[in-house]
Design a protein around this ligand. Structure first.
Ligand SMILES: Cc1cc2nc3c(=O)[nH]c(=O)nc-3n(C[C@H](O)[C@H](O)[C@H](O)COP(=O)(O)OP(=O)(O)OC[C@H]3O[C@@H](n4cnc5c(N)ncnc54)[C@H](O)[C@@H]3O)c2cc1C
Length: 422
């Protein structure tokens, strides 16, 4: 027997599963196809810049990351509690007034939101933070939920659409309202942050909590059967249980009874510049509904570590996987940035473009039934598509899979659980 449990994939779900198994004294091994841990949460160092593989943030209120990560060691740097929105009347700011009450009066004349919109948003934030744990919100789309709460159409289109399209990586706001309530609760009760080492440091931090040699990198799993994992090299590994912790489509390839929801794609483009036109550590949204950009920011204004000392990093998010070459996309993005910030944009240097095919699983109403664990004995599955599509959801799913594996191994050992003991 090579290992009691073999976990396929060392993303946040696989790492969290391994951590929970090892905490219970169960021997496990992670087999990862790529050259590093983290899956979608990885950071590349390129010419002195930290490039997250797609713009991401840590919401410090996430229960799973609070449980497993040492925030002090990660050296977190926070965003301004609000957003800057580019509209047909230029940039306008929207602040979370519960955190920055002094901003309320200066923003009173903002054209993005009416006073009623602001009151409704405050009511919604306080409602989601007070909803008792376990009580489910309604399972309608985000757009239906916003309209039912009578937010003005201008506020929906200029703020909610780019903001939540950036969170759920889909522009139609057809994600379930339950996810909106979860995410809004996290935004409202914690900070939005980047770790000094880049988002990938979350995964590396989790990996350091595992026993030495728990992870085998550069080893793609080709096939899986009960108690047997075959690698691309032809090597066969034996075990008592397998956990599929890959993205849904790959889990489905390995074990067809593991269903996968469809995924949203996203493209992230990085530039460097000598001076950021916006100095605040703030998220910038495209409230115009036109052009390729959905959201952007200057990560080095949030954490200096993201850029070398004489430069700033620019991160631009484009939803989907636009047709055409990276060069054509960069030209279109640069043209839009120029209309926002002026000719200074011409001097910005393109660093890299990341096109991410399986960025986030779709979470439409009733999405919970779309991904389902395989029905094969000894084979388990986890990943963000079983929970909320987020770092928190991936980690929660990994921990839950570990509990199921531990129960099954205990049962197969003939152990009696405390609940059933006479
Ligand atoms: C651009 C972008 C922005 C995001 N923004 C946020 C955000 O701001 N906040 C947030 O909380 N979440 C965000 N997310 C979502 C979050 O990153 C994911 O939900 C989470 O990381 C998923 O983790 P996972 O372990 O389920 O899957 P993955 O990270 O996809 O891990 C799967 C792993 O399995 C490996 N693998 C696949 N097939 C095989 C095989 N055959 N053999 C061996 N290994 C295999 C892969 O290489 C990978 O390492 C974002 C995601 C993206 C892409």
């Amino acid at each position: 027997m090579d290992s009691d449990v073999i976990i396929v994939g060392a993303g946040m779900a696989g790492l969290s599963c391994a951590r929970a198994l090892q905490q219970q004294g169960i021997d496990c091994r992670l087999v990862e196809a790529s050259d590093g841990v983290g899956g979608r949460v990885r950071t590349d160092t390129f010419r002195g810049f930290l490039l997250d593989r797609g713009f991401q943030v840590l919401l410090t209120a996430y229960p799973e990351t609070r449980r497993a990560l040492n925030y002090d060691a990660l050296d977190l740097h926070s965003f301004y509690p609000g957003a800057l929105i580019y509209t047909d009347r230029g940039f306008q700011r929207l602040t979370d007034y519960r955190r920055r009450p002094k901003e309320f009066l200066p923003e009173l004349r903002s054209s993005i939101a009416t006073l009623s919109d602001k009151a409704r948003l405050a009511r919604l934030s306080s409602h989601v933070t007070r909803r008792p744990a376990g009580e489910l919100a309604e399972d309608v789309t985000v757009l239906e939920g916003l309209r039912a709460r009578t937010f003005s159409e201008r506020f929906i289109q200029t703020f909610f659409r780019p903001f939540f399209a950036g969170v759920f990586l889909e522009p139609t706001l057809s994600t379930t309202w339950r996810q909106l309530e979860f995410v809004l609760r996290m935004f409202s009760t914690g900070r939005t942050a980047l770790p000094a080492g880049g988002m990938g440091s979350l995964a590396e931090h989790l990996a350091t909590q595992l026993a030495e040699d728990s992870v085998t990198l550069r080893s793609k799993v080709e096939s899986v059967g009960p108690g047997l994992v075959t690698l691309g090299s032809g090597e066969k590994l034996t075990c008592r249980a397998v956990v599929l912790a890959s993205e849904g489509p790959e889990a489905n390839r390995l074990v067809p009874s593991a269903q996968s929801p469809p995924y949203h794609e996203v493209t992230c483009i990085y530039f460097s510049c000598s001076s950021a036109p916006i100095q605040e550590p703030i998220l910038i949204l495209n409230g115009t509904g036109t052009g390729p950009i959905n959201n952007m920011c200057f990560p080095s204004r949030i954490s200096r570590s993201y850029a070398k000392s004489d430069a700033e990093l620019v991160s631009v998010t484009v939803l989907g996987n636009p047709k055409g070459t990276n060069k054509a996309l960069n030209t279109a993005v640069r043209a839009q940035l120029r209309s926002w910030f002026g000719s200074t944009v011409e001097s910005w240097e393109h660093l890299r473009t990341y096109r991410i095919a399986h960025a986030l699983p779709s979470q439409r109403p009733s999405h919970a039934s779309l991904g389902s664990a395989p029905q094969e004995p000894g084979i388990f599955a986890c990943g963000d598509y079983f929970e909320s599509a987020s770092i928190n959801g991936a980690m929660a799913s990994g921990r839950q899979a570990a509990a199921a594996v531990a129960a099954s191994l205990g049962a197969r050992n003939g152990e009696t659980s405390p609940d059933t003991a006479a």
